[in-house]
Design a protein around this ligand. Structure first.
Ligand code: SAH
Length: 355
């Protein structure tokens, strides 16, 4: 196997790029030009950087690369408004990203790892196990894939408005790389995405939640809760043994107090497992008694999406609506997630790198 050991320019912060170019004996403005080409023009190769001398373009091409993911397929769903990309790492490990286009916004759902170590029983990515942490550049590259697609005249909106870290993997299990990617995407001199355009979703890693609470960037937080009591949550999500519901909710409470920002709780609905009216009532009580202000929380119900070979069922519509009612009875804001990409295996929990 040929290994491409050239460093990926998408991993470089602005300062690191200046440093690299200084080592090459180039003035700082060259670094600035390259940075703009990478993060504003979204150049995919040095050839596109026509404001650089040919010799520098050649050196970049020989000694560096832009991106390290290989796109092996793009699938279209929802009449072209949802696109799923399947990328491969050098060893063939899968990475998936999903672009969802709406009339007034466009969201990319990005992976933070290839595979996932968290082993939630209802999730397709969990079945793969952990394969790799993605580098900052590999996370950024997925966002740029979506941003480049959006340039097509067929879309009504041409700018990416949101990036959600809800693809493969557990972002807080790859915290430093995930956070470095956000810095690159957020840089006003680069891609310039607003901090509030980012949402990170966690399985419930308490140290990550506490770390994000200290972050000066107002990144949105979502928590995969999925059950109102520990036995059931542990059966669904092994991570609950390490961070049981009480510890999780107390970290979330501290986060909301510290930041004043609203969190969302994701709750995947599994027929006859966690979707009864009693469980809705239990969840309502749990959240009300968590010490988190109800104005700072929101529950997002996700009817379970089928995962091949998994003997679980998707809650019937009636039960979903009854569950929502049950939470509303406790005064808890709650919506049902509008699904995208189910028919192309691009919906929540379906990313398994198979097609
Ligand atoms: N590891 C992070 C990021 C993944 S986000 C986390 O757990 O939050 C993906 C969301 O989809 C999570 O809330 C996850 O629990 C949920 N999910 C997983 N499998 C699903 C499925 N088959 N159907 C619907 N949602 C699912």
């Amino acid at each position: 196997m040929h290994i491409d050991s050239r460093p990926d320019l998408l991993n470089y912060s602005r300062a690191q790029l200046v440093e690299l170019l200084a080592q090459w004996g180039q003035p700082a403005f060259r670094a600035k030009q390259i940075y703009r080409q990478l993060h504003v023009n979204l150049a995919a190769s040095p050839e596109e950087m026509t404001d650089l001398p040919k010799s520098l373009r050649d050196r970049l091409a020989a000694e560096t690369r832009i991106g390290s993911l290989v796109c092996s397929a793009v699938h279209e769903g929802d009449g072209g408004l949802t696109r799923k990309a399947l990328f491969k790492l050098a060893d063939g490990s899968p990475v998936e990203s999903v672009l969802m286009v709406y009339p007034d916004r466009a969201t990319v759902c990005v992976s933070s790892q290839s595979g996932c170590p968290m082993a939630c029983v209802f999730c397709a990515t969990g079945k793969l196990g952990f394969l790799h942490d993605l580098t900052p550049g590999q996370i950024v590259e997925q966002v740029y894939w979506a941003a480049r697609l959006l340039r097509a005249p067929s879309f009504d909106i041409h700018r990416l408005t949101n990036a959600v870290f809800m693809g493969m993997g557990e972002p807080f299990n790859n915290y430093a790389n995930w956070r470095a990617a956000v810095d690159i995407l957020h840089d006003p001199d680069g891609f310039n995405m607003g901090a509030r355009s980012f949402t990170v979703s966690t399985v419930g890693l308490v140290p990550g939640i506490r770390k994000l609470a200290e972050d000066e960037l107002p990144i949105n937080l979502a928590i995969s809760l999925h059950a109102p009591e520990d036995d059931l949550r542990t059966a669904m999500m092994p991570v609950n043994k390490r961070y049981p519901i009480r510890d999780l909710l107390s970290a979330v409470r501290d986060y909301t107090e510290k930041t004043g920002r609203r969190v969302s709780f994701e709750y995947v609905l599994l027929q006859e497992k966690n979707d009864s009216p009693d469980q809705a009532d239990l969840l309502g009580r749990l959240l009300r008694e968590s010490g988190i202000r109800t104005t700072l929380m929101h529950v997002n119900l996700i009817p379970w999406n089928p995962v091949p070979g998994t003997p679980l069922g998707r809650s019937h519509r009636r039960r979903v609506l009854a569950f929502q009612e049950g939470l509303h009875a406790h005064g808890i804001p709650c919506t049902v997630r509008v699904e995208r990409g189910v028919e192309i295996g691009a919906a929540c929990g379906q990313l398994a790198g198979t097609s």
